[in-house]
Design a binder for this molecule. Structure first.
Ligand code: ZN
Length: 210
């Protein structure tokens, strides 16, 4: 994160910089050092980010928000989370999303770890205040065929990184890792919780027609 952002146009954010290359820096999405083109000229103002403008990475074409006030990328306000999750899972999932938005990767991975626990509670594998380890919850999700082996292995990766986020060590997650974990959690939620509700919907339709 110590990569310096080099402003190439002093008038960044202004209409005169519209569609111009305005800065050089490391892209929060492709992680390459490259140039960014200004996509808008209406500076948006937010309490957290200050004045932001949207930029496009010339390398991977990802669109990022850039705070002109703080000289800092905010990839996360563009972040879209899954919808339609049950409330007891959604509260931790949304917390993870908000942490990414606030550039708080340690908080994000810790929240995503809680999402795994909440999935376990949903399938009655775990309880609130459970002393069952996350490893055991993940293993049982696999044993009861809620998740396939690939997802089980991926989840164990999340569990380990979540541990790194909760303790001070040399493996503390950065925002890139937090985003990767978010994608992984999305895959898990899509193939379990959201898949169940789609199935119920399909079955419901079917029984009405019979
Ligand atoms: Zn990029």
């Amino acid at each position: 994160m110590e990569d310096k952002i080099e402003i190439l146009r002093e008038s960044i954010g202004d209409i005169s910089s519209y569609n111009q290359i305005v800065l050089r820096g490391r892209c929060p999405y492709c992680n390459e050092k490259g140039t960014f083109r200004q996509l808008s000229y209406d500076l948006e103002n937010s309490q957290i980010t200050g004045q932001t403008v949207s930029l496009k990475c010339e390398g991977c074409s990802s669109i990022v928000a850039f705070s002109v006030t703080q000289t800092k990328f905010y990839p996360a306000p563009m972040l879209k989370g899954l919808e339609g999750l049950p409330e007891e899972i959604d509260k931790y999932y949304q917390e993870g999303i908000r942490c990414i938005s606030a550039d708080a990767p340690n908080g994000a991975v810790t929240a995503f770890r809680k999402v795994i626990h909440a999935i376990g509670i949903h399938y009655e594998i775990a309880k609130v205040n459970d002393n069952k380890t996350l490893y055991k919850i993940i293993q049982e999700l696999y044993d009861q065929e809620h998740i396939v082996k690939k997802l089980k292995d991926a989840l164990i990766g999340v569990k380990d990184i979540g541990n790194d986020g909760a303790h001070i060590n040399e493996n503390e997650p950065d925002i890139e890792q937090a985003l990767k974990i978010k994608h992984l959690i999305d895959t898990v939620l899509n193939s379990t919780i959201l898949c169940d509700s789609n199935l119920e919907f399909v079955k419901g339709k079917h029984s009405r027609q019979d």
